[in-house]
Design a protein around this ligand. Structure first.
Ligand code: PMP
Length: 366
């Protein structure tokens, strides 16, 4: 199998599986228990928090959630409640994941307004986001790396600019696709959402970074775990796997750049290919194949056990509107393919993909 759909999810690395299994077998206590078994389980959580904070290079607290969907919902709905006197306006983008855009839609039903900016409309996207902030803006929510194109937003520049304009405005970043992959100097925020299964951890565990002195109302009420902010027994095994994945993920900057270049080179030898990614992390390449619909190409490649995506997995193949916000025409969005790499991706995998696309064109182009 040639798996090039790592933005949808990744294969859990051996280290993550081992850490999770070891805890399941030998360290199964409830971290809230007062006895030794509980204390040992709690140690796993503390260690994972430390590792994640060190990787982020930021000071604050980590809360564990069921995934980035929960982290995003928690921040957006939870800060609206905690900071209800700070304003009724949200500045965000039209390229967000539904787990950000949908809770914002909910707030808009309750009297909030949202300004949603598209990268295609601006030369300096970060400046546009900062410019849109005013005295009524309680929240800025922007993704670090886009899941469909790999577009990088300099959230540190946004953070600094927003705080200068309105120090009360909260900055939230969905960092799911950038964590361990994008340049850390472009990340800064009050709240950061993370997900383990995009970095070779296990599905069902996510993180929420909260900077010092930031508040939010919880989404869940119950046993009062995690300082009363995220009730529910912590998923210690998955948390151990999350930590192992963070430790595992190597610096692939150069490798991804090389693979991306090879893929673009091979694709440029074919007719009717448009590259949709720009200003992107090199582990993601989105391109359109003129005259062959995404799903046709995806299933054709699947016959050779090459797995890619037709957009984002979450949109189940539907064109999500995100590509159009990056300036991609409807026709090109309809034939878009996203290839996304992982540390194990080889040059042979990339060449096999390019060859598969060539054969797909020969067979299906209208
Ligand atoms: N944000 C982005 C950018 C994503 O790509 C995803 C996963 N598709 C999520 C949030 C949701 O993450 P999870 O699957 O952990 O809920």
């Amino acid at each position: 199998m040639i798996y090039l759909d790592n933005s949808a999810t990744t294969r859990p690395c051996d280290e993550a599986v081992k850490a999770a299994c070891e805890n399941m077998k030998n360290n199964f206590g409830n971290p809230s228990s007062l006895h030794k078994a509980g204390i040992e389980a709690e140690k796993v959580i503390k260690s994972a928090k430390k590792t994640i904070l060190a990787k982020l290079g930021l000071e604050g607290e980590i809360y564990f959630t069921s995934g980035a969907t929960e982290s995003n919902n928690t921040v957006i709905l939870g800060t609206a409640k905690a900071y209800k006197h700070n304003g009724k306006k949200i500045v965000t983008t039209s390229t967000e994941h539904p787990s950000v855009s949908a809770p914002i839609d909910k707030l808009c039903e309750q009297g909030y307004t949202a300004v949603r900016l598209s990268p295609k409309d601006y030369d300096d996207f970060e400046k546009a986001v900062i410019d849109a902030v005013d005295s009524d803006t309680f929240l800025v929510s922007v993704m670090w790396v886009n899941n469909e194109t790999g577009f990088i937003t300099d959230t540190a520049k946004i953070y600094n600019g927003v705080k200068r304009k309105n120090p009360k405005t909260i900055v939230h970043v969905d960092a799911v696709q950038g964590f361990c992959k994008a340049p850390p100097k472009t990340l800064k925020a009050d709240f950061i959402s993370l997900s383990a299964h995009k970095i070779h951890g296990i599905k069902g565990i996510g993180g929420l970074f909260v900077a010092k002195n930031m508040r939010f109302e919880p989404l869940l009420y119950g046993g009062g775990q995690q300082k009363n902010l995220r009730s529910g027994t912590e998923a210690v095994d998955l948390i151990a796997g999350f930590e192992a994945a963070v430790k595992y993920y190597p610096d692939c900057t150069e490798k991804y750049a090389r693979l991306n270049e090879i893929l673009q080179e091979r694709l440029s030898a074919l007719e009717g290919i448009t590259i949709n990614s720009y200003n992107n992390t090199k582990n993601i390449l989105n391109f359109s194949v003129k005259g062959v619909r995404s799903e046709i190409m995806l299933h054709f490649l699947e016959e050779s056990e090459i797995y890619v995506s037709s957009g984002s997995a979450c949109s189940k193949g539907k064109t999500s509107g995100v590509l159009s916000a990056f300036g991609v025409t409807d026709e090109n969005a309809d034939s878009a393919i996203r290839a996304s790499f992982c540390p194990e991706t080889t040059e042979e995998d990339i060449i096999a993909l390019a060859d598969g696309i060539k054969k797909g064109i020969e067979r299906f182009r209208r």
